[in-house]
Write a protein that binds this ligand. Sequence first.
Ligand SMILES: Cc1cc2nc3c(=O)[nH]c(=O)nc-3n(C[C@H](O)[C@H](O)[C@H](O)COP(=O)(O)OP(=O)(O)OC[C@H]3O[C@@H](n4cnc5c(N)ncnc54)[C@H](O)[C@@H]3O)c2cc1C
Length: 456
Amino acid sequence: MERLKDKGASFLFSSLNPEALFTPEDFTEEHQMIGATARRFAEKEVTPVNERIENQEFELIPELMKKAGDLGLLAHSIPEKYGGLGLDKISKGIVGEMIGPTGGYGVAHSNHTCIATLPITYFGTEEQKKKYLPKLASGEWIGAYCLTEPNAGSDALSAQTTAVLNEEGTHYCLNGTKIYITNAVFSDTFIVYAKVDGEHFTAFIVEKDAPGLSLGPEEKKMGIKGSSTRSVVFEDCLVSKENLLGEVGRGHVIALNVLNLGRFNLGSACVGASKFGLKRTMKFVKERRQFGKEIARFPATKQKIAWMAARIYAAESLQYRTAGLIEEALGDLNDANDHRLVGKQMGEFAVECAICKVFSSEVLDYTADEALQLHGGAGFIKEYGAEQMYRDSRINRIFEGTNEINRLLIPTYLFKKAMKGEVDLASKTKEAIARLNGSVPQTEGTFFLKKRQLKQ
Ligand SMILES: Cc1cc2nc3c(=O)[nH]c(=O)nc-3n(C[C@H](O)[C@H](O)[C@H](O)COP(=O)(O)OP(=O)(O)OC[C@H]3O[C@@H](n4cnc5c(N)ncnc54)[C@H](O)[C@@H]3O)c2cc1C
């Protein structure tokens, strides 16, 4: 792939070289292989036990994760040196997409491979990487990411959890509560954000048996029932100084930048779930007959299917184009020790990652709603599956930053880049205004050429 010279958000005003953009047509054999492995795993191992996962037989999740680990499906984003496969971000997107249709299991899997593992992959010390990554790559250990608190949700940096170094200088003492933590019940490692001395936002790796760590009861949820969601409480919880992740006061660099990849990943899962929903719906509308014919033959049905397909096509293109960009930004940095550079590169395509999250989650909600509608009464009945898809899809507009917050991030990052002189927003805006005010319509470009050719 030709190297992309443009920076994040430049899609708004740069002329693009189509050769430089990644699309699913560019998949290599390796991509196809990991995709096929992930699809097979989802279909053969997870789907058959969906009912038990829905019934919250939580011991199943670690068992399935172990199987996924044996197949390399937890290791794509971990360097080979630490027991991973060291694959590119396109592979990450592919695995995310294939696991996407698996509801609660999919959320547990994606949470583990992305926001619970990547903080260590990108910001850990050599010792931390050696200690934790091989276990997280194989599925022997499962991870959680603890940012949200009762009074700090969208405003995550207003966290009230504190960390104070003890007199001996050996351990931090953590106090506070994190809520809605995915994977809490079966996690071995918790990436926890706390303020050192109540001021400096900092990340820690906390192991499940750290003294003073306890879990709240399981939340009763609307969907993704198979993924555990609990509060995690720290009461004078002692965490070794060696488990501080990154630098004191720089936890936001980890928390927010890792969420960029989380948002991209969530988008991939939404595309996978949307494709699955469309496929299932197409099968149903071809089988169900009313008024003497298959309901697939009605124009209203065709229109619904067409809109689902069109949106999924756009979301898929967005996801893989963004995967290519993130790979450009981060591909060489899997094992980098320059955390500032890693943070900067992770943030480069924050606008695109926010768009992935917002657009793909809304495509999934649209697809789930229309899928249910096309099933008629059967859509409301558990046995047909559309109702689970409908319930499971809804969370995607809420976690990893609500869609409202992500919509706010898009202009915020854009203006920040403009202020730093990284994108030339001012002159492009002037150009656009001049063009709008100009009396002569644009007569060049593909559209006009085609029109002219058509007339001939
Ligand atoms: C099932 C589940 C799993 C989760 N897993 C995790 C996890 O593993 N780790 C973790 O740390 N967190 C997790 N979360 C928490 C999740 O990320 C938060 O719920 C989410 O970020 C929103 O925070 P909040 O619930 O406090 O809502 P609030 O921040 O209170 O928001 C309430 C409403 O106000 C809107 N709003 C807030 N601020 C603004 C603004 N400035 N402008 C416009 N609208 C605004 C929001 O968009 C939302 O609609 C999970 C949540 C759920 C439900």
